[in-house]
Ligand binder design. Sequence first.
Ligand code: PRX
Length: 651
Amino acid sequence: MSANTNIESVQREDRVFEPPPEFAAKAHIKSMAELEALRAEATSDPEGFWARLAESELHWFKKWDTVLKWEPPHAEWFVGGKTNISYNCLDRHLGTWRRNKAALIWEGEPGDTRTLTYQQMHTEVCRFANVLKRIGVEKGDRVALYLPLIPELAIAMLACARIGATHSVVFGGFSSTALVDRINDAQCKVVVTADGGWRRGNEVKLKPAVDEALKETPSVKSCIVVQRTKSKIHMESGRDHWWHELIETVDANCAAEELDSEQPLFILYTSGTTGKPKGILHTTGGYLLQAHLTTKWIFDIKDEDIYWCTADIGWVTGHSYVVYGPLSNGATALMYEGAPNWPEPDRFWDIIERHRVNILYTAPTAIRAFIKWGEQWPLKHDLSSLRLLGTVGEPINPEAWMWYHRIIGRERCPIVDTWWQTETGAIMITPLPGATPTKPGSATKPFPGIEADVMTRDGKPVGANEGGYLVIKKPWPAMLRTIYGDDERYREQYWSQIDGVYFAGDGARKDRDGYFWIMGRIDDVINVAGHRLGTAEIESALVSHEAVAEAAIVAKPDDLKGSAIVAFVTLEGGRVPTDELKEELRKHVTKEIGALARPDEIRFADALPKTRSGKIMRRLLREIATSGSVAGDVTTLEDFSVLEKLRTEEE
Ligand code: PRX
């Protein structure tokens, strides 16, 4: 099989959902004509388009001299401009009626709540920025944030941004080893953590993991600890300080630094295919513009909305769509600390009903879990406040899309399926809910100003419905600037695979209407009898069977066909794994896609190995299917017992 062979696409989905007219009438972008006009403007003069919006939507202390400096593969946006994200997210609202508006409505897993207005957020951020300065953090220094999903995490990010320090948020579920790697890679000076957080009724202890990590991180001079669970922890004298004590020692005024547009804002680590995580570096002005604008247009945020993105801030989704995008827009964002099934599987619906949430943004993996737990849970609740739904993180299979549409959206709410990556910083391919007709399973079309395409490995555009490699053809404001400390890897990974374009690493096809259908990571593509198939499509076919809750497809070497298809399947509650069912599922895939995609082997499992952000780790399943054991890196795995079980079932 040559590397230039395209990926075959086998999925077909014909349903189309028009934007509801009453939604469109009130939306920021109200029609296809309006959207097309924006696209046309952006295509004919991309720099002019972004500059116009940067000027009208954001505060600049000093305007830029050059919109874009593009020396491939390095882009700089709004060069010479001075701004500050913390100022844009807080200070600029204080002179308006929004001063007293809720910026953040937070709910802890045990049920405790906190609401912070823009004025209160501003005070907290200023105080913490002063704390950082007092302990010696300077512009350009890196600060690691290893916290539960509590307001202090957003406050600490904004405080770093305020003084020009670069934050590196490490998801609170990561182990101390993962923390060591990330702290050392970025040479962080300070770690901000908490005693612990709450998850499924249990305390997730953070400080002990930090204590362990700090034995191997010579760059760290201080550790600041938020008191959340009040469990007993060790405080190292001279190194560790309580957050609540430090903020008493500083005043509540801290002017936002006038920072270069290209001042590094954050590093966020994302797993590569080979062990070492990549520190994705984002900067200030361009990132803010795209996070702001996508939040406004895609989530159609209005002042009266309560908007809830369920992502943890440990992921890029939480950076752009829990913190920076919503606050820059002066919106009210909800934040929930804990698990969706605590104390019962209806926690999300309960939160939506109680807080009257209007916009919900979550992940397909969560939606599939809700389907598995049963529709009786959402049906118990009044979800009539919802007006818009979103998904991100994986291809959403049409079955799950339809369930989300029917059971959560009650056939009333548009769904925005948003494609993007840690690297892209903000949403890239997406419907605009008042303008774009949607098709279940398609992220539809690029956001205005984004030039995406599908190409062969040697850089030729593919025809309609032919699978290929998803690429971005022009630099965009929120794009990653490099991999921290490894510019060569940045060049190699993203800009050298196909000449002259950004290589996203995803397979995709465009249909006749130009709609993008993401087929999953290229590394997960399997090659059966000379056909390259995206795993997402076969998985989607399996999940469309009523007995199946989740499915993961991997290939294992096969003498005859090159690869054999192995399906790992979890069943809906109450369904019994039998050989008859295996046969039925094979037939079902044959019917849905064709004999080509028929799984050679089906293995039932209680659960699938996932990363902590909910992505199925097919790499591990591939190892299990092939050799029966796992030798590769498992530091990003959420639940080790899943792997153990799969292994034992195998033996
Ligand atoms: O494979 C795509 C998938 O998630 C990858 C990016 O993962 P990460 O950097 O962790 O960021 C997740 C949140 C932005 C992509 O390369 N992905 C993300 N959104 C979608 C998606 N696949 C299909 N449809 C989506 N809407």
